[in-house]
Design a protein around this ligand. Structure first.
Ligand code: PHE
Length: 339
């Protein structure tokens, strides 16, 4: 009996627990009604009377030691006294919010991806530009209203240092340094001195497209844009090209897609026209090719430019352009599941 008690004392002095459940298991094993110590107490009556005093004391010591040990372990878990303490692996975990991609980045990446499948590469140009790349090389007449202070942010009143008003400036930079064939798109930020409202902002994003080679025709432009529209808005999307004017393209057009909400029947989004305007495009004016030292008798090309904010608004039903720039997590988190 004394041997058993000593063995248990040794055992109890070294036991430890890593969870509350383990402490409970120890309690049941040692000091519960059916535990090993109570078992010894019930065997106590069989102990020889001469030994009763000694064994009784040892048994009581064992019981106290076990109780103390269990209490100490329990306390450790409650108070968080050691490294493991307070750690309850059965509690539900804290949810960690993943970062989300900005909706403009999601749509920009989709656009890059679609044109990538047609063999278009991606280039970028500077946001701070000069008059040549933003206007002159793009065939803007010297007194063209777009150069007006109203539209363009000039830096330190110097008319030759300005923030680009469109990504068409990157067309010039690329054509100046590359001979055809050229097939590339240019995503980037642009700046216009406009009042901020639900529909317009002084900073926004465009994606420009450029294709220059021998025998590039308007049919190539149309087919490229039709493929793009179907990939972005869905297989049943139709396009229409309306005549327009840009100094750097001739002929020029504006492209509408059939309304993604009503499918062309007419609704609030398309203002009951069935069509949504999404980009400007045209055949590159020979003057622009010549300004970049590209032989306009040998080569032709097309260009197009679209605003990412507007396309994102159409794709996600966003009604106010300012939401893109406020970085309100309640807005941004809605794009958590998008790629
Ligand atoms: N740069 C024009 C704009 O900002 C868009 C455009 C690009 C039109 C290329 C034709 C060709 O509105």
């Amino acid at each position: 009996m004394l041997d058993k008690i000593r063995a248990l004392l040794d055992e109890i002095s070294v036991v430890s627990a890593t969870t509350r459940e383990e402490v409970e298991e120890l309690r049941i094993r040692y000091i519960s009604k059916k535990g090993v110590i109570n078992q010894l107490f019930s065997e106590f009556k069989e102990v020889h009377p001469d030994l009763k005093k000694e064994v009784g004391k040892a048994l009581n010591d064992l019981k106290n030691a076990a109780q103390d040990k269990i209490n100490a372990l329990k306390e450790a878990f409650e108070a968080g006294a050691d490294g493991q303490a307070g750690l309850d692996l059965t509690r539900p975990g804290d949810s960690v919010h993943l970062g989300t991609r900005h909706p403009l980045a999601i749509v920009r990446n989709r656009i890059i991806d679609i044109f990538g499948r047609l063999g278009f590469t991606v280039s970028e140009g500077p946001e701070i530009e000069d008059d040549w790349h933003v206007f002159s090389a793009l065939n803007f007449a010297p007194e063209h209203p777009a150069r007006d202070m109203q539209d363009t942010f000039f830096i330190e009143k110097n008319p030759d240092v300005l923030l680009r008003t469109h990504t068409s400036s990157v067309q010039i930079r690329v054509m100046e340094h590359t001979q055809p064939p050229i097939r590339a798109i240019f995503p980037g930020r642009v700046f216009r001195n406009e009042a901020i409202s639900a529909r317009s902002h002084c900073i926004f994003h465009q994606v420009e497209g450029l294709y220059v080679d021998e025998n590039v025709s308007f049919a190539d432009l149309k087919q490229t844009l039709l493929y793009f529209a179907k990939e972005l808005f869905g297989e049943n999307t139709k396009i229409r090209l309306r005549p327009s004017y840009f100094p750097f393209t001739e002929p020029s057009a504006e492209m509408d897609v059939s309304c993604s909400i009503c499918g062309g029947k007419g609704c609030n989004l398309c203002k009951y026209t069935g069509w949504l305007e999404i980009l400007g495009c045209g055949m590159i004016d020979p003057n622009v090719l010549e300004a970049c030292n590209i032989d306009s008798h040998k080569y032709t090309g097309f260009a197009f430019g679209m605003g990412i904010e507007r396309i994102t608004m159409l794709l996600y039903g966003i009604k106010d352009i300012r939401l893109y720039f406020e970085n309100d997590v309640r807005f941004l988190r809605q794009f958590e599941s998008a790629i």
